[in-house]
Write a protein that binds this ligand. Structure first.
Ligand SMILES: Nc1ncnc2c1ncn2[C@@H]1O[C@H](COP(=O)(O)OP(=O)(O)OP(=O)(O)O)[C@@H](O)[C@H]1O
Ligand SMILES: [Mg+2]
Length: 501
């Protein structure tokens, strides 16, 4: 019976403070062998904090932990890994300029040493086995990790953690970095671990995914455990209510059927990129929300990058308002195009800078006083407005973005472009890692942009979001268009999926 195995980890009366922020407030938790435990809670509720303390990444302010019946006080993630607790962290966990194999065995090179020298052949072979073990044998262990895209790097991290054969496998908000294939790999690993009497902690904002895969769910709010629920008692509305402390009902997508103008704002004319896109045509209209979907490797993320001038277009061109060719991100930005990257930490944020500085970076023009001087007051309002609108959980707007929880970082990126009031917004997985309450606010803001006549491209891996928000949906397959659907005709989920596969 799931959830009834022997106790593997116990957390007792744990508190964690960051200055004035109380991240965990007297948390008790028991994880048993054989269970997949889901953690759910709003952005900043303490999910990553409690997990990373169990995994030795940081230490608690007070409280204690037991692992296999003994006091558990890991000094580092490496030590925790060696003892059988491995975690896939929410942020990027690979180092780009060392090889895949070196990433896999970081801190464990000793195993491969002959005298003072590391036997690379042996290490690469061991890495190959670990990669094959999770079904990604196509990754070359001798290549630098940075050679691979974000999803592949996440899979490399998964291989790394699994190679330690952990007794407790912690997965923090990983699925949003993965496509359908990657998710399948991860779910299989989680279930296999639970079946072999190990345990899994699974963090996600996708309630359906949690209800499907978990045996138990722990709801956190503001660092406090609100409830623990067993699978037979899972109820979507009840869980949402417990998460946010108020009723969140039904549909938060747009309900209207309003159309868009004929005016073409952004046009891709038979564009081809180095890797994935082949002679692709696209027309984005004024006041249109254009959804773009597909499976992994379909090229949709690359398409977004190409439209913003981040990806070299080797043939064809991207043209704004019939006259301006967009061939660099600088030009896109100058011409009022905004872009939310799927890879937020590397491409969309300056982690060491403050929330204010990150949001303000899109608003120099608007907040100018005269000459090169900006109005500090205007800038403050510019940033504060977004922090309030999106309920960014922070001490104040001058806190570094690094100190924010994953979902709150995502809100900063989104806020930066909403504040900019750009004419064209290219959003690549904009609601990634964001809790349901804020998702609703983001959808509202996207719809407000549409109503103002702005044009939005929304690349997404979430079918409900594509169907719920788009005026038109393009489905990509192998870098080419495989289907086009209109809201006015009613979207049929099955037809969309059929075009993807
Ligand atoms: N290094 C840090 N410095 C300051 N505050 C921090 C730090 N790490 C986390 N916090 C704060 O602790 C609280 C809990 O954060 P945590 O990352 O655990 O949230 P979470 O539940 O994982 O959220 P999300 O769903 O957005 O990932 C937040 O208020 C966050 O801002
Ligand atoms: Mg988190």
């Amino acid at each position: 019976m799931p959830g009834k195995g022997e106790v593997l980890v116990e957390v007792r009366d744990m508190c964690k403070n960051f200055g004035v922020t109380v991240a965990l407030d007297h948390v008790d938790m028991i994880i048993r062998r054989g269970e997949i435990r889901g953690l759910i809670g709003e952005n900043g509720s303490g999910k990553s904090t409690v997990s990373s303390i169990i995994a030795g990444i940081q230490s608690a302010t007070s409280g204690e932990m037991l692992y296999k019946g003994k006091v558990w006080k890991p000094e580092s993630a490496l030590e925790a890994g060696k003892q059988g607790i491995g975690m896939i962290v929410q942020e990027a966990g690979t180092i780009p300029n060392i090889t895949v194999a070196e990433n896999l065995f970081l801190g464990n090179y000793g195993e491969f040493k002959i005298g003072p020298v590391i036997n690379k052949t042996k290490m690469n072979a061991a890495a190959k086995a670990a990669l094959e073990g999770i079904g990604i044998g196509y990754v070359n262990p001798a290549k630098p990790a940075g050679f691979y895209n974000m999803e592949e790097r996440k899979l490399i991290e998964i291989a790394k953690t699994m190679s330690g054969d952990p007794e407790l496998f912690i997965v923090d908000e990983t699925t949003t970095a993965l496509s359908h294939t990657g998710r399948k790999i991860l779910y299989d690993l989680m279930h296999k671990a639970a079946e072999s009497d190990k345990a899994v902690i699974f963090i996600s904002h996708d309630l359906n995914e949690l209800m499907e895969h978990c045996d138990t769910l722990t709801v956190l709010r503001d660092g406090v455990i609100i409830d623990n629920l067993e699978k037979p008692d899972f109820d979507e509305n009840d869980i949402k209510h417990k998460m946010v402390g108020r009723e969140i009902k039904g549909n938060y997508y747009r309900m209207d059927q309003d159309g868009f103008s004929d005016q073409v704002v952004l046009k891709a004319d038979c564009i081809t990129t180095m890797n994935e896109i082949l002679c692709f045509d696209l027309e984005l209209h004024e006041g249109e929300i254009l959804g773009i979907g597909g499976l992994s490797e379909c090229g949709m993320h690359e398409l977004g990058r190409a439209l913003y001038g981040l990806e070299e277009v080797v043939d064809g061109k991207v043209v704004l308002k019939g006259e301006i060719e967009i061939d660099s991100a600088e030009k896109a930005f100058k011409n009022s195009i905004g872009y939310v990257s799927k890879n937020r930490d590397q491409e969309s944020l300056d982690l060491n800078a403050s929330i204010a500085a990150n949001i303000q970076s899109s608003g120099y023009g608007k907040n100018r006083l005269f000459g090169p001087f900006v109005s500090e007051r205007k800038e403050r309002i510019y940033a504060k407005t977004q922090v309030d609108k999106l309920a960014i959980k922070c001490v104040d707007i001058y806190q570094p973005v690094r100190a924010l929880s994953g979902g709150n970082k995502q809100k900063v990126v989104f806020g930066k472009w909403i504040a900019d009031d750009a004419d064209v917004l290219i959003l690549d997985c904009p609601t990634r890692g964001v809790d349901i309450g804020v998702k609703a606010a983001m959808y509202q803001l996207i719809n407000d942009m549409k109503r103002k006549g702005k044009s939005i491209i929304m690349i997404s891996e979430e079918m409900p979001e594509l169907i719920g928000m788009s005026d038109r949906v393009l489905i990509l397959k192998d870098g080419k268009l495989s289907g086009e659907f209109y809201r006015s005709n009613g979207f049929d989920e099955h037809s969309l999926i059929e075009c993807m596969i």
